[in-house]
Design a protein around this ligand. Structure first.
Ligand code: MRU
Length: 346
């Protein structure tokens, strides 16, 4: 299942706001509309928005390629800044745009006519590398899963959140394909229900046994011994191993500690912010209160009260049993093991 791909001169996105009841593919040729699609979560999930952002930069270059070099560079700079700004927490967005920007620093990129082809090739590479990374994460991660395990996951870190296959769901897919006879609990993940709408949809499509629970049921499932491990994705991992992920992840990590359940984070190295020392510096996206006040247009809370809607939280590295990357499983102490990972040349 590919949530983002390029075909016949247009960027295609599965509209994830409509899943699971409607499967609609939208077409984009204007980078501003792609940025809006990221903001409104037509496409979401850290790696998927990285890939989408890369194609948005390429679409901007197509639009500006007939301008003189100086004007081209100026417009591209503005476009890149705009694309980077639409969601602040997932580092893959800025990472992918920066990887495209590097191309402008060589003679091919500075020439509008040659830049366009180079940018398309780079966006394709980011997309293909993401799929390969997810497959590798799956292979490394499935070794941590025992036969017959029931795994809890939160939000959607699946094919829909990446270029394909998924990170946390990549581990689950690989364990299932290895014949480990696993089962999955999916948290529904309020307020936008990525677990109910997307994770349950993906797993059911693949025939992987999935049970949906509301977020407040997870602790009780752990108490009853029904959950053997937790696998989640990440939006940004800092150099010390702190992990930003969907709101609710931190609470799960505390519950996992209390019940002595392994808590694994599955993420590609493109989600590691090697320049940020700790999770204290991560900007947490605050979203529209109406996401809490309404469900599918139906008001569920009174007028005149306050709302807070942080989209992510930060799980401290002490609560993370291991981080599963495409380069292998990284164990504590993360301040030593994370810097040993190799970073792709930019
Ligand atoms: O707000 P979202 O849906 O973009 O949040 C997504 C998550 O928190 C995912 O768990 C994370 O991006 C990892 S996706 C492989």
């Amino acid at each position: 299942m590919k949530p983002v791909y390029f075909e016949n001169g247009a960027l295609k996105l599965i509209d994830q706001t409509l899943l699971p009841t409607e499967e609609v593919i939208r077409s984009y040729t204007d980078y501003r509309e792609v940025a809006e699609a990221i903001k409104t979560m037509v496409v979401r999930g850290a790696p998927a928005i990285g890939v989408t952002a890369a194609y948005a930069v390429y679409l901007a270059a197509e639009e500006f390629k007939t301008l003189p070099t100086d004007a081209f560079m100026l417009h591209m700079k503005d476009a890149c800044e705009h694309i980077k700004s639409v969601r602040p927490t997932a580092v893959n967005l800025a990472w992918a745009v920066e990887r495209m920007v590097v191309l402008f620093k060589n003679p091919v990129g500075r020439n509008p006519k040659t830049a366009v082809a180079a940018l398309k090739a780079e966006a394709d590479a980011i997309c293909e590398e993401d799929i390969a990374m997810c497959r590798a994460i799956g292979e490394h991660g499935q070794k941590l899963i025992n036969r017959g395990d029931t795994i809890l996951t939160h939000c959607n870190a699946g094919a829909l959140a990446t270029a394909d296959y998924g990170t946390a769901l990549g581990v689950i897919r690989a364990a299932y394909d290895a014949g480990k006879n696993i089962k999955v609990y999916a948290d529904e993940t309020r307020p936008l229900l990525q677990g109910a709408r997307l994770t349950a949809y993906e797993l059911a499509k693949d025939g992987i046994p999935v049970t949906l629970i509301t977020d407040n049921m997870a602790g009780w499932m752990m108490k009853q011994g029904k959950i053997k491990c937790i696998v989640v994705g990440a939006d940004r991992i800092t150099r010390n191993g702190d992990v930003a992920n969907k709101i609710g992840t931190y609470a799960l990590s505390v519950l996992a500690q209390a019940h002595r359940i392994p808590f694994y984070v599955a993420a590609p190295t493109s989600t590691i912010d090697f320049g940020m020392l700790s999770g204290d510096d991560i900007v947490i996206e605050q979203r529209d209160p109406d996401e809490i006040k309404y469900i599918k247009g139906q008001q569920i809370a009174p007028d005149g009260i306050n709302f807070e809607n942080p989209a992510f939280d930060v799980t401290p590295h002490q609560n993370v049993t291991a981080i599963i990357t495409e380069q292998g499983v990284v164990s504590p102490p993360y301040y030593r093991t994370i810097p040993r990972l190799t970073i792709k040349d930019r």
